[in-house]
Design a protein around this ligand. Structure first.
Ligand code: GLC
Ligand code: MG
Length: 249
């Protein structure tokens, strides 16, 4: 056994089965103390909503926290200060007000609460039946501007507009380079659309058994040998995958 970089989405991946979560946290904590394994959460939640679930579920304090679908990185989640270097990278080709004004023209988009909006993330609720039409049209409108954006649809209900340089996967690359960890010593875990970015690199990837349709579809058409679709759900699926890849015994 040796140190690895553990990265997991929170909702319906790390959290979802309290018993399995307890077992997983116990093992990860021992691994961190013994080998120096690093623990990172990569969530769609804002820092504010992260703190709610971290307290409710007694989550281990991470070595870094990626929030808001990769648009903010915190090295100390007990402080409110996000990493300014990451923010600087995201600001290329991004003008929030102008981009928001384009999206506002679509009546099917209804804004998420203000806690879930930030400088580099514009988030809406969008019903599945409207998504088929709205997403390609909005994408085409945005591609005709000078802005560099990306649309991510998750759980058949959430639409995030992000800078092209910001998503969970790019945030992981940034941390991996900073900490000098090899891709084969890194594992990412997820269940939904905003986690697809976590599986774009060479890192080992665990898709939990309860994954949503959009991620399953992605898996069946894009999977690589370093991706593993677990039988078990939530943290049970993560434990299964960590053993499969030899990160845990
Ligand atoms: C989380 C965030 C929300 C986002 C969703 C999908 O639920 O709170 O803003 O749209 O993840 O990425
Ligand atoms: Mg999730």
């Amino acid at each position: 056994m040796s140190a690895f970089l553990f990265i997991s989405d929170i909702d319906n991946t790390f959290v979802g089965d309290d018993d399995a979560l307890h077992r997983l946290q116990h093992q990860l904590n021992i691994h961190r103390q013994t080998y120096g394994t690093k623990i990172v959460y990569a969530t769609g939640r804002s820092l504010y909503l992260y703190r709610e679930i971290a307290q409710e579920k007694s989550l281990l304090l991470p070595d870094a926290l990626i929030t808001s679908v990769g648009t903010e990185i915190y090295f100390d989640p007990t402080q409110d200060q996000y990493d300014p270097d990451w923010a600087k990278l995201l600001s290329q080709g991004w003008e929030r007000d102008k981009i928001e004004a384009i999206a506002t023209q679509y009546s099917a988009l209804s804004p998420q609460p203000s806690s879930e909006q930030n400088q580099f993330k514009i988030s809406y609720y969008l019903a599945e039946e409207d998504a088929i039409e709205v997403i390609p049209n909005l994408r085409s409108d945005l591609s005709q501007t000078e802005y560099q954006t990306k649309l991510i649809y998750s759980g058949s209900q959430d639409l995030d507009i992000l800078p092209s340089y910001g998503d969970k996967g790019l945030a992981v690359q940034y941390l991996r380079e900073k900490w000098k960890v090899e891709p084969h010593k890194t594992v990412t875990c997820g269940d939904s659309g905003n986690d697809i970015a976590l599986f774009q690199g060479e890192e080992r990837g665990i898709i939990v058994g309860n994954a949503k349709a959009e991620l399953r579809q992605w898996y069946f058409s894009h999977r690589k040998p370093h991706h593993y679709l677990a039988d078990a759900s939530y943290a049970g699926g993560i434990l299964e995958g960590l053993k499969q890849f030899g990160f845990l015994e």
